[in-house]
Ligand binder design. Structure first.
Ligand SMILES: [Fe+2]
Length: 312
């Protein structure tokens, strides 16, 4: 294995046409905490997470993923990775420098193979976080981000070759072939996954809850609030995590999950799962059936920010 310089997933940043509506959803319904707010720019923290923020919202005409952000262990690793990417011909948005976002730190940005803006940073100040209490159904941390790709094989190869992500498992369909690749950058089964889709876009962002009870309470709160549920509740085979998927006010899919598997990286062998087998998608048998209509709800709108760096 080549040396892994990325330690973990930090945050996912979204641009939305209606910032106020999205902020209301993420704070009052989803359970994140608005830590820093400027006009049209909000940094949302998960109470259980040491990250300064796990989601950033920016008011913009064009809906897009602004940024997917990963952590590195220290500034030297940030420099090493930036130099390696530049050498490999990856387009940097900017070289490593001090960051102006909450918590500061040192980082750089680049475009991935399909033009998503990715940030890698180190030395960001730790947020004062707390233990989530029994029965408290708010996110502990950002679990993982899944992206749609029009060239998933190329995107998986990019994150493997340039960023040393490892394949944990793959989902396949008997006629359509491989459909989703789960990638890890630490012992968590996946921090990133790549889905075959019609265009690059956000497939979903997933938030880890304290445990099964808190995950179910959160799921119920969203149902009672009338938020559209796409799929769940259930438990996947790949990653062994639970899932409840909802649509946010802008049609992005967001997920409550818990008990994502920690793998033994020395002995792990990736599986190839046929997701048309009911127990692969839904071990418990409690979720609504997965079909093409359900799957298409997470295709999302084409990302309007490809190869365009966000202004902040
Ligand atoms: Fe997920």
């Amino acid at each position: 294995m080549t040396q892994r310089l990325i330690t973990h997933l930090r945050h996912v940043d979204l641009a939305v046409p209606d910032h106020a509506k999205q902020l209301d959803f993420f704070t009052n319904t989803w359970g994140l905490t608005a830590e820093h707010t400027d006009s049209g720019l909000t940094f949302l923290a998960a109470e259980g997470s040491p990250e300064q923020y796990v989601v950033r919202l920016r008011q913009a005409t064009d809906k897009r993923i602004d940024l997917i952000s990963f952590g590195a262990a220290n500034a030297a690793d940030v420099d090493t990775l930036a130099a390696k990417l530049a050498r490999d011909g990856v387009r940097l948005v900017h070289e490593p420098r001090d960051l102006q976002t909450p918590g500061g730190g040192y980082g750089f940005r680049f475009f991935d193979n399909e033009g998503r803006t990715v940030e890698v940073s180190a030395d960001v100040a730790v947020r004062t976080h707390r233990k989530i209490e029994e029965g408290e159904s708010i996110p502990v941390r950002l679990s993982h981000v899944v992206i749609n790709s029009a060239d998933p094989e190329g995107t998986v190869a990019f994150y493997d070759k340039h960023l040393s992500f490892s394949l944990s498992d793959t989902l396949m369909h008997p006629r359509m072939g491989s459909m989703m690749w789960f990638l890890r950058t630490n012992a968590w089964h996946h921090s990133l996954a790549i889905a075959r889709g019609p265009h690059p876009s956000l497939h979903h962002a997933s938030f880890e809850m304290r445990g099964i009870d808190e995950y179910m309470r959160g799921t119920g709160r969203l149902l009672r609030a009338g938020v559209e549920k796409i799929w769940g509740p259930g438990r996947h085979m790949a990653g062994n995590n639970t899932f409840s998927y909802f649509l946010d006010p802008h049609g992005n899919t967001v997920e409550y999950t818990t008990e994502l598997e920690l793998v033994d990286e020395d002995t792990w062998h990736p599986h190839l799962y046929d997701f048309t087998q009911p127990e692969v998608s839904d071990q418990w048998g409690t979720a609504n059936a997965m079909n093409e209509f359900v799957a298409s709800r997470s295709f999302n709108d084409p990302d309007m920010g490809l190869f365009v760096a966000p202004p902040v």
